[in-house]
Design a protein around this ligand. Sequence first.
Ligand code: ADP
Length: 379
Amino acid sequence: MQKPSTQLKIGILGGGQLGRMLLQAAANYPVETYILENDEQCPSAHLCHHFTKGDIKDFESVYNFGKELNAITIEIENVNVEALEKLEAEGVKVYPKPSVLKTIKNKILQKEYYQLHQIPSPEFIVTNNLSELNQQESFLPAVHKVGQGGYDGKGVQLIKTKEDLLKGFDAPAVLEKMVPIHKEIAQMVAINEKGDTALYPPVEMKFDPYLNLLDYQICPAEMDQKTLWKVEAIALSVVRNFKSPGIFAVELFIDKDGNVLVNETAPRVHNSGHHTIEAHYSSQFDMLWRIMLNYPLGNTDAILPSIMVNLIGADGFSGEAKYEGLEEVLKIENAFAHIYGKKQTKPGRKMGHVTILSKEKQELIHQSNKVKNTLFVKS
Ligand code: ADP
């Protein structure tokens, strides 16, 4: 007879919306959940079994939080990796491995990783300060990306002309050739302890050119079979070479000539997988628990095509969040709202998302526009 499994203790560094959705999925499994987060009012606080107030960037806080746990995962890369290395050395499982976090946290190391493993990614050079950047006029047009600390497009600067060079970062950074982008896509890959992998259908991401924030995301991304094979092979190569179990979102460009290039990788559950909650048999959150609890990988197939719209704090409103138009949006057939429970809104803050399912792509786009024109977070 099989031994009944003992309940594992698993911690998450960070208590934002990704932690919250992980906890929602955890409720289905025999697992005791722990959150480390500074903000006691965070979206994850009331959904975990144990909440610890503390700084995910601080060695002592992370180490003390993790040392009694069986495993630990992250919802953001900006955590104390040294503490995770010590925990790993003492037998705590870390998803993804700290070595992966080290590579990914720094865009310079991340680009060198792609180069080392012959993974196609835009051509780049490293600049250590503004004066080094100023000597790179012949490399333009390009995109300057700060090595450490960038987030949601904030550490990224387009450098098209000589005049733009002044807008660059006076810190170690990557200067990347500007790609003539046809499509931006994300490929989620799950990989377990044994090295078995499962791929979700890629999604296409449409960005708001003004805010540099995601406008909507549609699944599956339209592409020919040959391009799909390239995307899958490249994303698998990114993930396999890390030699770490976990879930990964590989963001890629398809350029105007059909070349597939890796932009960046997130070694965790990701915004580009939100739609998998309703639109796929096993969501990205369900999948990560399966991996951490050593269960079989889930089914990544789509139940129906889907579109996902982020719900962003409206311009001109800061303060206690109020939701306008939610009832109207929920009248849409197969529309699902996720309100993250953040008490305070401010312009541009991610406050929730809406996923819509339909067989018809036109219908998905039409309904996502309706959501954008109906649902607002104000104060
Ligand atoms: P972040 O990590 O802050 O999200 P990204 O590296 O994803 O930053 O860059 C943000 C956006 O900038 C991308 O989604 C893409 O639209 C644009 N971008 C980034 N790199 C390039 C590039 N080499 N060529 C053209 N556009 C780029």
